[in-house]
Structures are given as C-alpha cells and as structure tokens.
Design a binder for this molecule. Sequence first.
Ligand SMILES: NC(=O)C1=CN([C@@H]2O[C@H](COP(=O)(O)OP(=O)(O)OC[C@H]3O[C@@H](n4cnc5c(N)ncnc54)[C@H](O)[C@@H]3O)[C@@H](O)[C@H]2O)C=CC1
Ligand SMILES: O=C([O-])CC(=O)C(=O)O
Length: 329
Amino acid sequence: MSTTPVTVTVTGAAGQIGYALLFRIASGQLLGADVPVKLNLLEIPQGMKAAEGTAMELDDCAFPLLAGIDIHDDAAAAFDGVNVGLLVGARPRGAGMERGDLLAANGGIFGPQGAAINAGAADDVRILVVGNPANTNALIASAHAPDVPAERFNAMMRLDHNRALAQLAAKTGSSVAEVKRVAIWGNHSAKQYPDIAHATIAGRPAPEVVGDSAWVTDTFIPTVAKRGAAIIEARGASSAASAANAAIEHVHDWVNGTPEGDWTSVAMPSDGSYGVPEGLISSFPAVSRDGRWEIVQGLDIAADARAGIDVSVAELAEERDAVKEFGLL
Ligand SMILES: NC(=O)C1=CN([C@@H]2O[C@H](COP(=O)(O)OP(=O)(O)OC[C@H]3O[C@@H](n4cnc5c(N)ncnc54)[C@H](O)[C@@H]3O)[C@@H](O)[C@H]2O)C=CC1
Ligand SMILES: O=C([O-])CC(=O)C(=O)O
C-alpha cells in the first residue's frame, strides 16, 4: 500500500450525489484498493451541518484507506493540495429561471472554484465537473485556472454512456459486459448524440445485432438523452447513485486506464477532432493511457451522426457565447 494519501475534494458534499459518492471514495473504489485518500468536503454555509453529519458517518465506517476528512465553506482551503476534484455542487434551476440565469448563477460558483484550483492544486490535479450545466461549468472553471492544463478539466458523460450500454443490452438480450464501443457525443443535455454505429455486442456490429434502425432513432437515442428527466419523473429527485457511480468510474479509468478493446465517453476540451471547435468541452469516445485521455480517432461519421453531433456542438457554442457575454470566460 502506498503511504501518501491522495487528496480528493468533493463539492456539494452534503447533497444527494455527495452522499452516494463519499463512501465509495473512502472505501477505495475511486483510485484503487491500495490508495489511501484524504477527503476535503466543500459546502456552502447552509450545507456545513449536514456535511459534518456525513463526515461522522464516514468516521463510523472505519475505512482503513481514509486518512482524514476536512470540511470547508471556503474554496481556497478545500482545493489546497487537491489531486482529484469532483465538482458536484451547483445551483439548481429555480422556478422562472431561464437557461441564461442558470449559466450566470453557476458561473459565479465555478469561476471562483477554478481560481482556487489554480492557486492551490497539486501538479497532477484532475477535475471532473458533475454539476450542471456540466460542460460549460467545466469550461468556466478551466478558464479561471490558466496555470492548469485545460485537459485536466473534464465534464461527466459517463452516466450517459452507461445509460446507453444498459439500453442496448436490454434491447438485444445481452449482458452489459458484451456491449463495447458505444459513444456519446457533444453536450450533457437532451441534445447529446448517443451513437452505436461503431459499437459491438459480443463482437458483432451493434447495428446488425439490433437489426432495427427505427428503434435506434426513435427509441434508443431519445431514451438515453432524456433519461435524466425520466428519473426525476419516477423518483421525484434527480439521479444520484447512478451519477455517483459514473463519477467513480470516470476518475478510476482516467487514473488507471480503460480496458483494451473498449472506450468510454468523456467531455474534454476539443482539439478540433471531428470538426468540434477547439476548446469546447464536448464529449468524444476516448481511451485513457498513462493517465491521459486520448480521443479515439479515425471513426467514420455518417450523415445522421454528423447532424446529431452538430446540433449538440452548436448548443455548447451557444452556452459558451452566453457565459462570455456575462464576462465569465
Ligand atoms: N453530469 C451528470 O451526469 C449529472 C449531473 N447532475 C448534477 O449534479 C449536481 C448535484 O446534484 P445533487 O447532488 O442531486 O444536488 P443536491 O441539491 O442534492 O446537492 C447539491 C449540493 O451542492 C451544494 N452547493 C451548492 N452550491 C455550492 C457551492 N458553491 N460550493 C459547494 N457546494 C455547493 C448544496 O448546498 C447541496 O448540498 C446538479 O447540478 C445536478 O444537476 C446530476 C446527475 C447527473
Ligand atoms: O437531468 C438532471 O437534472 C440530472 C442529470 O443531469 C442527469 O440525470 O443526467
């Protein structure tokens, strides 16, 4: 077992995703069963008491890997020395709030958090933004952290990716483990583009195994893209355990690598691949090698996929332009 604990900062620690996330991190599922972790919890003042309660429960688990817990309502302290930052806390959309209001309110959170990361993070810092609108919040945080390589800021698409795996497995009577190379492109929103064109199921092309292109267009894509809303409708609250699970898997693969022969979906700064304007934090199929994401190159993009990707990327560009107007970039 290595001895130096990895510092993991979780924002929104007292929220529902935080509650589903922290115990898994402390048990070793984020980084590995031999990696001790130190947890920094960041909350707003109103969330501090509940965060303290969660910390008491973490203590009561007596996790051998948990090297300490600190609770903060100050971003500079919470991100001091951070190696892995999970930015979950965000301002939810309130009644009568327009999308622009939401972007501005969250800019007020992710700008200062980016600046705190810039000031205090460890050299190897990796940041995963979960709080919505995740892609644009990641862009804002990164813009406020000029000394941190932009590639260290990701937004979470792993939940969308996992939703796509589950839908495809259910449709074809396969196990999830047999489904490989699904891709989600673009924004974590209802305009994302879930893509099975390059996927395989038990080694066979997924479109052939599904054998029903109307199902892909009319059922699969909207089901995956609108799954967040369907969960809210069913549960009366947004996805929490599945979101926490996705965050764990994203960071685990980023640090430890993706399995040979498969890829995942990651929103990261575009390098211009697949015609996505450079700098937008957009989702691509990606593999992790030596602790870095690489966009899977050379995939043929058919006309329907091109159109779907373009719609999602246009939404990201609109969000970027809106936050630029608010002076957040
Ligand atoms: N990217 C994705 O796939 C998904 C993203 N989400 C998003 O994750 C976010 C969190 O969801 P939940 O945990 O369910 O929400 P929640 O409302 O249960 O918890 C959010 C927590 O963040 C805290 N918070 C607010 N502003 C903060 C700040 N400036 N610093 C630190 N903490 C702050 C709140 O006090 C609250 O405890 C939401 O924006 C949600 O839309 C949820 C599911 C999936
Ligand atoms: O839709 C929401 O508010 C939560 C979310 O991002 C998801 O479940 O994908």
